[in-house]
Ligand binder design. Structure first.
Ligand SMILES: *[C@@H]1O[C@H](CO)[C@@H](O)[C@H](O)[C@H]1NC(C)=O
Ligand SMILES: *[C@@H]1O[C@H](CO)[C@@H](O)[C@H](O)[C@H]1NC(C)=O
Ligand SMILES: *[C@@H]1O[C@H](CO)[C@@H](O)[C@H](O)[C@H]1NC(C)=O
Ligand SMILES: [Zn+2]
Length: 437
């Protein structure tokens, strides 16, 4: 090859990540190279180690990748929690490659990175991935972590006292969720083709007559799941993978599909103040690498569109009369009270995912009078920003009482008055009637 041929072939070489499975060493090398090549918008960190001592790597992308900034929502993707479900792991590496190489070239990706802090964890179970034999659709090992625990049954459960010992990988994710103000998330799996949304577990308080275990944010969750399935090339119009599946629009309620105790999506929603759905990306859990390019083209748009949804709804701060932020203020939408009330972070911030519409927001500093505000919420995804509204609580003179949210179980049959929306909705209707008639 002459010199000219060499020069012309360079862009192809620089095109980056190949379509193959990246084991621990290659995955780490790739993340370090991305970090080095795009240092202004990336930050590489580990949230802890697996049982066998492998790092649980996260690449954060954003205009301010190393720290939270007021008003910039935190988003996360986690894959390969089941070590033998390998497609999500490679999809997230390709997503990273796509995001960094599109920044300042593609206007949408540039806006997305400038307006969002995106945390990407390609593998939550690196030991399981390494323990899995070569690609095959139903590997006989590698699903669980090194101690034999299924990590998606290992989180504190909202409905029962979960008997399992919390594993290091689970604990690392729980600590991570506590550290960052995550707003939206997805957990990437394989073995089916569907977007599944909370709850995964349930009881008489949450289970409807259709067999759905429903949150009070069901409209938002259905929208989130449909955003993924309809932006995916085939998910929305396939009937899943087996003849037993009947997924309409490529989505399902988790519990209605099959009940899971100790799952990660319920944990994020109940204790993490973070809306998470579970994405099943492939019928075959660990397909031949030759199929990875078509998986990437099927999922690329969906992965991007889903991140944008972090800008739905309302966000803002709660301040005292001196404009100092107040943490631990409960800020909730009328009719959507969470069993563990969603509270402001140390910067006084709240983020509430809501579809466009009129809502009453209620800010309560425990020990003080609560304040409410009626808001007309537009679709923030168009602007890459949720509606911003700051509450001023003039009466609050000292730090509000910290309201702890006890662990298991939270949804006891006796909490039904909290969950049943009837009363709150009546109040809402009355207020809206008074204001808008
Ligand atoms: C980093 O930059 C080098 C030099 O341009 C390039 O060869 C390499 O492919 C890049 N790596 C990644 C992961 O972007
Ligand atoms: C706001 O919510 C709190 C509980 O979080 C409740 O006690 C209070 O009555 C509510 N305020 C209004 C104005 O509805
Ligand atoms: C509900 O509360 C009553 C009394 O407060 C108690 O006896 C009963 O066991 C509770 N039921 C459940 C399912 O927690
Ligand atoms: Zn799985």
């Amino acid at each position: 090859m002459g010199l000219l041929g060499l020069v012309l072939s360079l862009p192809l070489v620089a095109a980056g990540l190949d379509f193959s499975y990246h084991h621990t060493a290659e995955l780490e090398a790739f993340l370090r190279e991305v970090r080095a090549n795009h240092s202004s918008i990336t930050h590489l960190y580990s949230i802890g180690k697996s049982v066998e001592g492998r790092h649980l790597w996260v690449l954060a992308l954003g205009r301010f990748p190393t720290q939270h900034k007021i008003g910039i929502p935190e988003f996360k993707y986690v894959a390969n929690m089941h070590g033998d479900e390998a497609v999500g792991r490679e999809m997230l590496l390709h997503l990273i490659d796509f995001l960094v190489t599109s920044y300042q070239h593609d206007p949408v990706i540039t806006k997305l990175i400038d307006s969002t802090r995106i945390h990407i964890m390609p593998s939550m179970n690196p030991d399981g991935f390494e323990a899995t034999e070569q690609p095959r659709c139903y590997p006989s090992q590698g699903r669980n972590n090194k101690n034999g625990a299924d990590l998606n049954r290992n989180f504190p459960d909202g409905f029962i006292s979960n008997p399992y010992t919390i594993q290091p990988e689970t604990q690392a994710v729980m600590d991570w969720i506590k550290t960052e103000t995550f707003v939206l998330s997805a957990n990437l799996h394989g073995g089916s083709l569907v977007a599944s949304y909370p709850f995964d577990n349930g009881n008489s308080v949450t289970i409807t007559s259709d067999g759905i275990s429903q949150t009070l944010d069901n409209d938002v969750f259905v929208h989130l799941a449909k955003t993924y399935s309809t932006s995916h090339t085939t998910m929305y119009n396939k009937q899943g993978c087996t003849t037993g599946d009947h997924f309409t629009d490529g989505i399902t309620n988790g519990f209605a599909w099959y009940q899971v105790e100790g799952g990660m999506q319920d944990y994020n929603y109940i204790w993490g103040q973070c809306f998470e759905i579970t994405l099943e990306l492939s019928c075959c859990k660990y397909p031949p690498k030759e199929e990875l390019p078509s998986f990437w083209s099927d999922n690329k748009m969906a992965l991007i569109e889903y991140i944008k949804q972090v800008h739905l709804g309302v966000k803002g701060r709660v301040l005292d009369k001196d404009e100092e932020p107040i943490s631990d203020v409960i800020v909730e939408t009328r009719g959507r009270r969470h069993v563990c009330p969603y509270r402001t972070n140390k910067d006084g911030e709240y983020y509430l995912l809501l579809l466009p519409g009129v809502y009453v927001l209620n800010a309560t500093a425990p020990g003080y009078k609560s304040v409410f505000q009626i808001l007309n919420v537009p679709d923030g995804t168009e602007y890459f920003s949720a509606l911003t509204y700051d509450f001023i609580l003039p009466d609050v003179s000292a730090a509000p009482k910290f309201v702890s949210c006890p662990t298991t179980p939270r949804y006891t049959e006796n909490t039904s008055t909290i969950l049943k929306p009837t009363v709150n909705i009546l109040i809402l209707i009355n207020i809206l009637y008074a204001v808008f008639r």
